[in-house]
Ligand binder design. Structure first.
Ligand code: MN
Length: 484
């Protein structure tokens, strides 16, 4: 489900005719060597293709136009091997509509003191060539990424890899389509937003559907598909019948499987990659989708509860960036406020994404105590440990704000035998008190996307910059510049 086109990145190296044909051949040879070795490193999620020694405004402009209309090109990477007069880059750079990475590097990582001569100096001018070029990107407010350092170093290659994932997420964002099954939960403020602005800025299509239309799709699912999936899930998860009689348990699980297929076929028919539900609006459905929503999230669909289409789209966006690994719709649920143990316990009524499970999820059936529908089946599990980032998006009327913080995620220190939902705990790295205080002060809501990984903070900052999206990152630097 999380399929994307066979994306690639195009590489151009800047030069000029001043130094003669021989020098230009060396420029191309070195650039091809860098590209080949980057591809061979095994670190990049998407390949790079060498395309151009950029020498004139004409060939640069054509290159950028070609990059724009080729759908499998996710972005452009540039490097100035020699001085490349930057007026040549103005037209093409202005036309480029895809993410741009300026790789400020040099072919050799050292100065060859014994052999260096003026031929070497003419050929290897990145030190000042990358500055001449960078000036034009800065002046054009290109919001491009700059990575500075030797291309053969591990950390530089890792930065390129991370940026590729960000660029693909950016490109794919303009294809995200959210189906809203029902409207937003009544009276709730933070899940609202300007859908037109979301489509202008992020490319998200957000469409409403009446529940009756979805109910038809759910009712049309065949019994044999349901039985087959039931047997598959029995192998994948632990079925816990609990206090339910056998028939009720099976019926409840099978009804969620019916919903899973019904929602999935509805989404796929319309090209939707994310969806929302609302427990207040379940006309024609017997249960709130729980297990159904969890199975869809596991496959890469974005989800938002209570009609929260912003978080549904955001989850889909970050699932693309993170290759659907450990990226969950989440809600701040309850707090541990004892000194030294401060943490948030995150969960939801049912719909916690099993990509963050650290144990084998159990399928359980319990009453929901809200919404007045039949007891829904859901996956119950414990979340994961490690570096993570928690982020939310709010509409402030005049602009969207992304608000987040780096967190240390951990497992609950005790069993919770009476809590029949999946749970994940985390503590903001700046501390719960300071972090949550700043979150609330900035108007961040309770629905978030929690994603694991050590480099997410930089990636989210880069992505926000591409979208020209206001991003408040509540980290040490934030606290040092914002007195409470
Ligand atoms: Mn909620």
């Amino acid at each position: 489900m999380l399929e994307t086109p066979n994306y690639e990145f195009w590489f151009a190296t800047g030069s000029q005719f001043l130094y003669g044909e021989e020098q230009l051949k060396s420029v191309e040879k070195d650039a091809r060597d860098i590209v080949d070795k980057l591809n061979a490193s095994g670190k990049l999620p998407y390949p790079i293709k060498f395309k151009l020694v950029a020498t004139t405004a004409e060939n640069i402009t054509q290159f950028m136009k070609d990059a724009n209309y080729n759908d499998n090109v996710a972005g452009v990477i540039t490097w100035m091997h020699t001085f490349s007069p930057a007026k040549n880059w103005i037209r093409g750079t202005k036309l480029l509509q895809k993410p741009l990475l300026h790789l400020a590097t040099q072919y050799l990582n050292h100065i060859p003191y014994d052999t260096i001569d003026f031929d070497y100096m003419n050929l290897n001018q990145s030190a000042h060539g990358d500055r001449e070029y960078g000036y034009i990107n800065a002046r054009l407010h290109k919001n491009n990424k700059i990575i500075y350092g030797w291309w053969g170093d591990d950390d530089v290659q890792k930065q390129i890899a991370d940026w590729e994932d960000v660029a693909v997420a950016y490109d794919e964002s303009f294809k995200i389509k959210v189906a809203r099954f029902g409207d937003n939960m009544r009276n709730v403020a933070v899940t609202e937003g300007d859908k037109v602005q979301a489509e202008i800025q992020f490319g998200w299509t957000v469409d409403y559907y009446a529940l009756g239309d979805l109910a038809k799709s759910v009712d049309a699912v065949s019994e044999s598909d349901i039985d087959k999936k039931y047997d598959e899930l029995k192998k994948e998860y632990t079925f816990v019948q609990g206090d339910n009689d056998a028939q009720k348990f099976e019926d409840s699980v099978k009804y969620q499987i019916r919903q899973y297929f019904g929602i999935k076929s509805f989404l796929d028919k319309g090209g939707y990659t994310a969806f929302t539900t609302n427990f207040e609006d379940l006309y024609g459905l017997k249960q709130l989708p729980g297990l159904a929503a969890q199975l869809l999230m596991a496959e890469g669909y974005g989800f938002g509860a209570e009609g929260d289409w912003k978080t549904a789209a955001l989850q889909r966006l970050f699932k693309i960036m993170n290759h659907n690994k450990q990226t969950a719709f989440m809600e701040d649920y309850t707090l541990e406020l004892q000194h030294g143990k401060e943490a948030i316990l995150g969960s939801h009524m049912l719909e916690v994404d099993p990509t963050i499970a650290s144990d084998k999820p159990r399928v359980e059936v319990h009453p929901l105590d809200i919404g007045g529908k039949a007891d829904p089946a859901r996956l119950v599990f414990t979340g994961a440990e490690g570096d993570a980032f928690d982020v939310t998006m709010a509409d402030f009327g005049t602009e969207y704000h992304l608000i987040g913080y780096p967190v240390e995620a951990h497992k609950a220190p005790h069993e919770t035998p009476n809590l029949p939902v999946a749970k994940q705990m985390w503590t903001p790295k700046v501390g719960l008190e300071q972090g949550a205080h700043a979150w609330i002060e900035n108007g961040g809501g309770h629905h978030t996307v929690l994603m694991f990984g050590a480099n997410r903070e930089q990636q989210i900052a880069d992505l926000a910059k591409m979208f020209e999206l206001n991003f408040t990152d509540i980290n040490e630097k934030y606290l040092n510049t914002h007195a409470n």
